[in-house]
Design a protein around this ligand. Structure first.
Ligand SMILES: Nc1ncnc2c1ncn2[C@@H]1O[C@H](COP(=O)(O)OP(=O)(O)OP(=O)(O)O)[C@@H](O)[C@H]1O
Ligand SMILES: [Mg+2]
Length: 287
């Protein structure tokens, strides 16, 4: 709305991030590892980019750089035309609420001693997104959005199943009304049938809220289900990026071909995004 027509919501330019290698006798010669090695791409508002690649190729590191949780060694991240990398603390804080992350292990991001109500309410009150009068209703709305009963607000994180906890993790991310959601393998730890329900929830939320997302995963199947475009990462670089049709029909990189071989659908071109691939609903509704 407020952004200029052609300006992407997010733009990465030549991002690089190195870490010290583990230090064992078999670690890299230089003693450093390039976790992210020259990544550039842009993301339109409302678009979901799927990010796939083998373990250790740099997906999570890239996610953290984009969310502003870590500083790149080189390159920059542009959010609504502003250089996030060059921003001062104050300015960054304003943007940071607009970018939220959902993690694989939502349990570790939920304080076990707090009720779900407090977990959701405290940041909303702190950032002035709700007040004492409407906080009950606002937290209730979040529960509705992620398919959990409002009564669940009174419970503690340990009283939920993995799938339900992931719904709470998503509610927590949504509580600050983000524009961009970076989801780092949000379904990888879940049972397959629960994965399907959470993926459906993501699609619902994309449509309802017009969210822009980066969706990190291992398998192409799940990632393709929620993504408009897919980027394949290999050894810190994006080796392919395009819509799924392009990737499925003309995989360029050998790693992409290996990923495709693992997709459990005979002809992915026959799938339509509008058709639900996955059935099943609201595992979390019945506590
Ligand atoms: N904080 C860190 N300190 C040192 N090395 C790190 C750190 N974070 C990541 N690395 C290294 O950077 C590389 C990329 O890691 P990253 O976690 O981004 O991969 P990934 O693609 O998310 O893997 P996975 O699919 O297993 O989650 C790996 O070699 C990893 O060991
Ligand atoms: Mg990771």
């Amino acid at each position: 709305m407020q952004d200029r027509k052609e300006e992407p919501l997010l733009r990465a330019e030549g991002l690089e991030k190195q870490y010290k290698a583990g230090g064992g006798p078999f670690s890299g010669k230089s003693g450093r590892i390039k976790a992210v090695d020259g990544v550039s791409f842009s993301l339109r508002k409302g678009e979901t980019l799927g990010l796939v690649g083998e373990s250790g190729c740099g997906k999570s590191t890239l996610g953290r750089l984009l969310a502003g949780l870590e500083k790149p060694d080189a390159g920059s991240v542009w959010y609504e035309g502003k250089n996030l990398t060059a921003m001062g603390r104050e300015e960054k804080r304003g943007v940071r609420t607009k970018i939220q992350m959902v993690f694989q292990d939502s349990y570790s991001s939920l304080n076990p001693r707090k009720r779900i109500f407090d977990i959701l309410a405290e940041p909303m009150l702190y950032h002035g997104l709700a007040d004492k009068k409407n906080i009950r209703e606002e937290t209730g709305r979040l529960m509705d959005m992620v398919g959990l009963p409002r009564g669940a607000l009174e419970r503690y994180p340990r009283q939920f199943s993995g799938g339900q906890r992931q719904r709470i993790g998503i509610a927590k991310a949504l509580s600050l009304r983000p524009e961009l959601l970076i989801c780092d393998e949000p379904v990888s730890a879940l049972d397959v049938s629960i994965q399907a329900q959470i993926l459906n929830l993501f699609r619902e939320l994309q449509e309802k809220l017009g969210l822009t997302c980066i969706f990190i995963g291992h398998g192409l199947g799940a990632v393709d289900y929620v993504s408009h475009r897919i980027a394949v990462m290999y050894l810190g670089k994006i080796v392919e990026i395009g819509d799924s049709r392009q990737i499925f029909e003309h995989p360029v990189h050998p790693y992409t071909r290996a990923l495709l071989a693992a997709v459990p659908v005979a002809d992915p071109r026959k799938r339509k995004r509008s058709q639900p691939l996955l059935e099943g609903e609201a595992e979390g509704r019945h506590l």
